[in-house]
Design a protein around this ligand. Sequence first.
Ligand SMILES: [Zn+2]
Length: 309
Amino acid sequence: MTYKKPTTEAEKQQAREAAQAITAELMERITNRVDVLAEQLKQGASEELLTFMRFTARFHTYSMNNQLLIWMQAPAAQYVAGFHDWKRQGRSVKKGAKAVRVLAPVSVPDHDAAPGPDGKHPHKIVGFKYVSVFADFDTEGEPLPGTEFMTVKGGDEHTRALLAQLSSAAPVAVEWQDEEGKAAHGWTDGGKIVLNRPRCEAEPAHALRVFFHEWAHVELHFAQAGKRAEDCPDRKTRELEADAAAYVLSSFHGIEAAAQVSDYITNWGGDAEKLRASLGRISRAVTRIMGHLTTHPNGRRAAPLSTAA
Ligand SMILES: [Zn+2]
């Protein structure tokens, strides 16, 4: 197929319409996929949802919609980037590579909003357009950046060290308390994370999971210390979101822990809207937490696209 740059007004219009049709189709694929995931849960099948959730940690700088699009088109991808971004990293896109289409927001200056200190109006998103990126396996050249970053290798001592390292990167204090009488393994008021020593200390992998769970609550369900976020869902949903975020983050760090799948099934099974909202929130928690944990933000990831899609 040869590409000819549109020149006449009619050709340009045709190109615009074709692009709009592709964008609409991508949006529809996202919707359909969430419907399928919700329907699978209803049938008691959670494997695909869990696979998708684990996949999202690799692409934590992307919006949930783009995570779904990358997953559907290139489930084996470790990285994706645009043609020129790969070039800048010393790699070139292979001949015959298949583009992965994702959505990027289209924004314009918002003249209704007050200008910022620089005298410019803030931008508002008015729509989306598709852009093409390529998966790492469709490129060649300089070696890919490593993926060893903060992954647990070895036993409990490494996990303890990792937990200490991650705790220092958290935006709130992380404390250990001795509450033998409490059944809870950890808790938070949005201002600090507490790990209950008698329930957590013996099993560092579990402690790490609890730590991520509480951190997800901090990110998603509190506006500030002691104050709930306004858009806070019901308690059960809050717990599922924190559990799912902890599942994603733990598995990203090399810790396999079972997710509360039976609760996912009862809460989200068949309810695509609810699942969509929660997936968006889980993705947000993972993005924020990974943002804190990545010392050089996405140094190992090629030019992330906007996360607003
Ligand atoms: Zn919780």
